[in-house]
Ligand binder design. Sequence first.
Ligand SMILES: [Cu+2]
Length: 471
Amino acid sequence: MKLWRLIGTVAIAAGCGNGSAPASAADRALAEFAGAYPEAAAPTGVVRTFELTAAPTELPLIDGKQLAVWAYNGQVPGPTLRVRLGETIRVRFTNKLPQDTTIHWHGVRLPNAMDGVPYITQQPVRPGETFVYEFTPKDAGTFWFHPHVRASEQVERGLYGVLVVEDAKPAPYSRELVWVLDDWLLDQTGQIAPDFNTRHDLAMDGRWGTAITINGKTNTLLRVQPGERIRLRLLNSANGRVFKPDFGELDAKIIAVDGLYLRTPIPARDFELAPGNRLDIDLAFDRSTSAPLEIWDRFLAQRPNKLASVAVDGPLVATPAFTSPAAARVPAWEDAVNAPVAHDFRLNAQQGGPFGIAWTIDGVAMDMSHHHAMAPSVALERGRFAHLHFTNESPRIHPIHTHGMFFRLLARNGVRVDEPFFRDTVLIHPREEIDVGVVPTDAGTWMMHCHILEHAEAGMMTTISVVEPTP
Ligand SMILES: [Cu+2]
């Protein structure tokens, strides 16, 4: 940090030579941000209504055996909710679980009261109760929804689904696929191991399962016809596992991260898909091939996992010809790290708390299970650029997720990175420091937490307050 501040002073001093008032690094970042994505929603007036019920059920999952799960509308993953940009989504949600719950709309910029955070944005939805979520997404993209109450148990039991917000004019892909990646930790009877938030999970990187599934099933085979061009929407819904998808010989480009398009598409390799992250992949099958096509997870280099096989056969179909969707206005924010740091979040653990290990942000473990009066970590001004710093003082990984706002990664361990995209979740490696830049667009009290759900449950959560700017 000291190094950045020093460089910042030099840069600003050098910028004074042209006679005009010197713009600060934050002013320059904000100017460059203009037009990156809309500040407000643009409702068309069309309302799409969905009924969602969370309830226990049994489903043939993993390798086809009956598994006792908790599910939205009796499905794991839950139904994919699909709206078009500008349409208003209205979800009548009913809780038929034996516990309180809520629905959080991960990655969606929405009014704070619709964010699904117990005791902060709403009261928990008690067993038997109904709650109506209604909002108009500001962004097209791949989002998802899951409980924000006892999430390490409720998500693990199967409560998650994808929200697709289509572009006003969707690109003409041959077809679209939604793949939800998850892993399952089973007991000797083949059922979901009922001990959640174990000391092992907490001491390590959360609960990692042994059965890795796509849309609830192992041994995925993707059948395609030569010539097809597919938009693949990938979500990591696991509690703790990070995936690093390797598409091998496939022609695969990342067109969107965490919902939003990239400045320009990049090859789909080496992306750390942490819990909560989404990738939209442009997959083209422009030739017949006899080579085995496979998709692997290589996050643990020594223990790779085969995710899917791909079979290309059948008659050749015409390939839709169009330029991959992109967002021209993703800022580079070259000197944004020189802006003053609004807050340095320190991530660590300590002994104690209800699970024996507490995960902390700035030395504090947050308890979501009841009403509390914890002060926000930092107050940011709506519509202004803010520079945040994170120091991982622990030897574990932490995918940090912000509700209600996107950010861009500026640097890792003081070394500038230029990711051509925004995020809502970023993996912070052991002992790593990162810098991010953010322009919040929505006022309110927003959660920020580790998306390893066991770490979050054991305290690694805080809030960011977004307030109206001072004139
Ligand atoms: Cu964590």
